[in-house]
Design a protein around this ligand. Sequence first.
Ligand code: SF4
Length: 692
Amino acid sequence: MKKITSVCPYCGAGCKLKLVVENNKIIRAEAADGITNQNQLCLKGYYGWDFLNDTKLLTPRLTQPMIRYQKGGKFQPVSWDEAISYTAQRLSDIKQKYGPRAIMTTGSSRGTGNETNYVMQKFARAVLNTNNVDCCARVCHGPSVAGLQVTLGSGAMSNSINDIENSKCLLIIGYNCADSHPIVARRVIKAKENGARIIVCDPRRIETARIADQHLQIHNGCNMALVNAFIHVLLEEDLYDKDYVARHTEGFEEMRETVKDYAPEKVELIVGVSARQIRQAMRTYAAAPSATIMWGMGVTQFGQAVDVVKGLSSLALLTGNLGREHVGVGPVRGQNNVQGACDMGVIPNQFPGYQNVVDAQIREKFARAWGIDPASMDDQPGVRITEVPHLALEGKIKAYYIMGEDPLQTEADLGLVREGFDALDFVVVQDIFMTKTAEAADVLLPATSWGEHGGVFTCADRGFQRFEKAIEPQYNVKRDWEIISLIASAMGYPMQYENNQQIWDEMRELCPQFYGATYEKMGEMGHVQWPCPTIEHPGTPYLYQDNQFDTPSGKGQLFAAAWRKPAELPDDEYPLVLCTVREVGHYSCRSMTGNCAALQSLADEPGFVQINPQDAAKAGITDRQLVWVSSRRGKVISRADVSERINLGAVYMTYQWWIGACNELTQDNLDPISKTPETKYCAVNISQIEDQ
Ligand code: SF4
């Protein structure tokens, strides 16, 4: 029996654990003393390894390469040589015929690790010659990255997970940490025990609201109006730090002009809470000696998400809550390595280390390192994942190489996504399970899983952490970066790596922010937070020390914007708002947690639709009853979960269930900047199943 140190493959809390292995089988997980989790795990950490035993509870493991030679035909098992040469030939043909930008690729924010993401974006940029590489950050914290890069300079948490408990005020908006990051939720409880004031802004009475000093039970879809009202109060009641604003910020007058129409008394009807509550929240936030803002998908999955993120950072700038311990802004990243995928340049506008693709000098640096002609590189930002269905239907995207993502389960408006897939000439899926997207592929490339390989993840607070291989893979599978390298070589660009560290060191040499985060340092310290620019540097627990912001002027950018209504409002036919949410025992598209016996036994098909008792009574629905939920785009079966915790006029579903997938109902009103869909708001109807 041996114990292997690893990092949980689920949420961005980055908990360390030990996998206990006997006869090449994992038999249990134990909590380890990681800096973010301190010998604690949630149920996914303790029971989320069972999928490695190929339980076939939800779907079977991909065990060998397969090709479907004809659309509509059957998958045929093939050798790796055949799978690689067929994929390379088809991609080369499409590149030749339609150009590099006709091919889309994805990295993965899940268990594959940073090294693979680096190799995938290199494949896109150096071999395919396109910036068409993206990841699921697009549908979660893409707006946080885009917004914070403009206002503060860095699109990440400015603070550390372990420092949350030391803050004296937590302003938590659109973030249900008890379900999405249970170990972060423990820090919130500790903060409360340490005397922090907790303000929660959320339409539902979520767990955190139960311990909050103030719960602003806001209307769905009002975030920008609420944030504007917050800023209005800080200015009108003279609660802001004038000296800090004068020395460290820009844009004050424009922001003041924008919020002048957002007095709390004027926006009560929009936001659904009283002016007194709004004013009290800002008096508490501004008076605290240290304050932290935390947010999640309830901020970012809206058509006006980037504006709201920028507005939230203005609250921190106005009150001087940046650049020191115990304060900051915290977009708490969802998937375990979604921060890492962005760090590694699996985004269409930036190389690894957040270096812009439109900068000719940066392109030259990467081209030289990769041994290619700079002129062959794409000099424009590439396509975002959420744009693929539209561009496929327009004939502009012809091939899609998808690694460790499941867009046919996780994207908004699945009917549209299916139409887009039908229009593609060639789909390659590299994954560990036969997901919904894998079922639609032309080529299946089976990869090793977390547990079967090691590497580096980045957790939500910018902490690089190494994880180790625990067991030998049982099947005819390969490491993700090895598969990509073989395809690259078959396409005429020789690519060969011996191990993870070789890739990591190549990446470090090209990324000044990450250069000092060596394998050795991660081994010694366990958790190295970027920026870490030199070998001697210990890493950065909080950003913007001395209030030096990474903006062109070095100053924080204040911002507010007029509130826009969500795109699809309830009406007589579809009278309720649908908001997508998380379920604590499951993760993302559920291909991993759905194959873990303990987790599957806690929650099974077809999921739930949470609804207020009054709305349920109006529709003649009782608790646990099977119901239809329909929107203008589709109709699914779900089970009613009637609860007083749910606000009137709204229902809540997860996107994880294979039957009753709520993304059949959602709509893809995209934020104009980040192209993140508005999955937190669309109009639906709910009805008894007997009536249909
Ligand atoms: Fe894993 Fe997140 Fe749970 Fe920690 S909180 S054990 S990282 S799922």
